[in-house]
Design a protein around this ligand. Structure first.
Ligand SMILES: Cc1cc2nc3c(=O)[nH]c(=O)nc-3n(C[C@H](O)[C@H](O)[C@H](O)COP(=O)(O)O)c2cc1C
Length: 191
């Protein structure tokens, strides 16, 4: 199995509207493979413009924010590439679509790495950041996962939050916990 890396993908609609989405990607030789589930604005934007920007970021507020309705993160324009990068990205990669492979559920977008730019160094692994990314995956799948699993995994992830989080991780974690509570409250109301 090739490794999957969790990134934030920035795309733009043909009208120039910026869209951010956390996305797991694979590196295959010189290419980046993106696998958006349909329906997806990221997919629509890449098919329409042929471009995307991969943001490598430790600002986990963006991951937690995007899955809890907070998508408005500062972005910056790029030199000679019609796209925008996340302002807090440690590095970004400009991507051009080379091979869209359609699928009823999950198309694969093979993209060529046009240019990579490093903006600041990687400070090291932080367990709370990893916990927020895991929590964001859980929140993006609340409708598909049993409540027990969500609760027990959130309780386990809380340990890394308590031991190693900074202010950004605490804020992101709070958004995720609120989203889980809201979902469960809604699910109970509907039952
Ligand atoms: C860490 C992480 C990884 C994700 N990876 C994917 C992915 O590979 N494909 C996908 O369709 N959605 C993925 N998601 C969920 C999307 O970010 C979310 O559903 C998003 O809204 C995609 O739809 P959009 O392109 O319409 O924004 C991921 C979410 C998180 C938190």
């Amino acid at each position: 199995m090739p490794m999957i890396f969790e990134t934030v993908v920035t795309t733009q609609s043909p009208a120039g509207e910026v869209h951010l989405a956390p996305m797991g990607i694979r590196y295959e030789g010189d290419e980046v493979l993106m696998m958006p589930f349909k329906p997806s604005r990221t997919l629509d934007n890449v098919l329409a413009t042929g471009r995307a920007v991969l943001n490598l970021s430790t600002d986990v507020r963006v991951f937690a924010g995007c899955v809890t309705g907070r998508r408005d993160w500062p972005t910056l324009p790029l030199d000679g590439f019609a796209g925008r990068r996340l302002a807090t990205a440690l590095a970004h990669v400009e991507l051009e679509l080379v091979r869209p492979q359609d699928d009823a559920l999950r198309p694969v977008l093979a993209m060529r790495r046009r240019r990579e730019v490093v903006h600041r160094g990687f400070p090291g692994f932080n367990r709370a950041q990893a916990a927020v990314v895991e929590g964001a995956v859980l929140v993006s799948r609340l409708g598909m996962l049993p409540r027990d699993k969500v609760d027990s995994e959130m309780a386990y992830l809380q340990i890394a939050i308590d031991k190693t989080a900074g202010p950004h991780e605490l804020e992101a974690w709070e958004w995720l916990c609120e989203a889980v509570e809201r979902f469960h409250a809604g699910a109970q109301g509907a039952a």
